[in-house]
Design a protein around this ligand. Structure first.
Ligand code: HEC
Ligand code: HEC
Length: 350
């Protein structure tokens, strides 16, 4: 693939690697990331004309605005890595959505301008082109709507959209880039289109599990196959993490964040519906070896901790999802299920 190799556990999906987003050294570097370290100079101008393996059917349904010469993608990519969108010019999207960590944050909570701590864990941006709603509570209906929110969020980039647009209009190269595309100065719509276009290009697919499902049965180890069986049967994981992207894009209360039997508002904070209390969006299971720590609060550090959490049946509270109950899993089952989850990230052809 020509992308620089990092440690085996930090291999990116083939589409990502083809994008050149597998950055030298990111596998070894720990947070906090310096924005300038995250800027890749090896990114090609346009994507390979290839549907991501295992996601072809879903990807085919995505309606995207045309970007024939990849110019929107190029501006979006530059903006994503550029701290110009934060009030004190120190924080970029990539500070919290780090390429070497599957565009998630290796820290449980992220750090915005002036050391402010975010309320939730920054999730992976991989395969968000397939998203139905955005944010852990689903409060953004589209990617275009979502990508402007971190800019104005006081805990993240804390810059008004007016200021953001003024900065871009007075930067000769951004101004020229937008002018070529629209004939005018950048607007809110242009800014969101550019960022959303970039995010929509971040894929993780073509894993060992996809190859297994397409007939290459030798690609999974006996442990991984046993883990897949648990995922599909008595583990019940498929009930919420179903479909090609291993998520129903729906909201469930698993008990994460419950303290002394009391659930956080979660999705209820957005819908106002009591039944949504403590519910958060089901994340994809693709790319997990890159994207930890896990859960909306980053409270579980390893996949084994996650599986043991489910083995206990989640955390009891009055709103716990009816599909969660204690599971009869042996320690070997936990290991096997972990092996299966890791196989979903394995894209190295082995
Ligand atoms: C200071 C850290 C930080 C910065 C900077 C940041 N984000 Fe985020 N991002 C987060 C956190 C935390 C969440 C989850 C927030 C929530 O659900 O309440 C999130 C959520 C998202 C989501 C939703 C993903 C999903 O699965 O629902 C997208 C998309 C996203 N960010 C894109 C961006 C873009 C684009 C930028 C730059 C304009 C950006 N982020 C800047 C921390 C950050
Ligand atoms: C009732 C629906 C449901 C079931 C069943 C379920 N999950 Fe989840 N899963 C979720 C939700 C919702 C979250 C996010 C919870 C949160 O952060 O509050 C989640 C989070 C995760 C995460 C963390 C991913 C990340 O990026 O943070 C992993 C890993 C995971 N689940 C694996 C599993 C496995 C393995 C099983 C089967 C043993 C399973 N899940 C069963 C709904 C479910």
């Amino acid at each position: 693939m020509g992308a620089p190799r990092v440690s085996p556990s930090h291999l990116l999906g083939f589409a990502l690697a083809a994008l050149g987003l597998c950055l030298p050294g990111t596998g070894q570097r720990s947070s906090p990331a310096r924005v300038q370290d995250l800027v890749a100079d090896t990114l090609p101008e346009v994507l390979p004309d290839q549907a991501p393996m295992g996601l072809e059917a879903d990807a085919a349904l995505i309606v995207v605005e045309s970007d024939p010469d990849g110019a929107w993608l190029a501006i979006g990519r530059r903006l994503f890595f550029d701290p110009v969108l934060s009030s004190d010019r120190t924080v970029a999207c990539a500070s919290c959505h780090q390429p070497g960590h599957g565009f998630a944050d290796p820290r449980p909570l992220s750090v915005g301008v002036e050391g402010r701590i975010t309320l939730r864990h920054a999730p992976t941006l991989l395969n968000r082109a397939l998203g139905k709603t955005f944010m852990w509570d689903g409060r953004a209906a589209t990617l275009e709507e979502q990508v402007l929110q971190p800019i104005v969020n006081p805990l993240e980039m804390d810059l008004s959209l007016e200021q953001a647009l003024t900065r871009l209009a007075s930067d000769e190269s951004y101004a020229a880039g937008f002018r070529r595309l629209t004939g005018g100065a950048p607007t809110e719509v242009d800014l969101s289109r550019a960022l959303a276009t970039f995010v929509r290009h971040l894929w993780h697919a073509g894993s060992a599990v996809d190859r297994f499902r397409s007939g290459d049965v030798g690609v999974l180890s006996p442990e991984e196959k046993a883990g897949m069986w648990i995922y599909e049967s008595r583990g019940g994981c498929w009930r919420c993490h179903g479909g090609a992207n291993f998520t129903d894009e729906d909201f469930h209360n698993t008990g994460i964040g419950v303290r002394d039997g009391v659930a956080l508002p979660g999705r209820m904070g957005f819908t106002g519906e009591d039944r949504d209390r403590g519910a958060f969006k089901t994340p994809t299971l693709r790319g997990l070896t890159l994207t930890g720590p896990y859960m909306h609060d980053g409270s579980l550090a390893s996949l084994e901790e996650v599986i043991k959490f489910y083995r206990r049946g989640g955390e009891p509270n009055p709103y716990l999802d009816e599909n969660l109950r204690p599971l009869e899993l042996t320690d070997q089952d936990v290991i096997n299920l972990g092996a299966f989850l890791r196989a979903l990230s394995r894209v190295d052809g082995k």
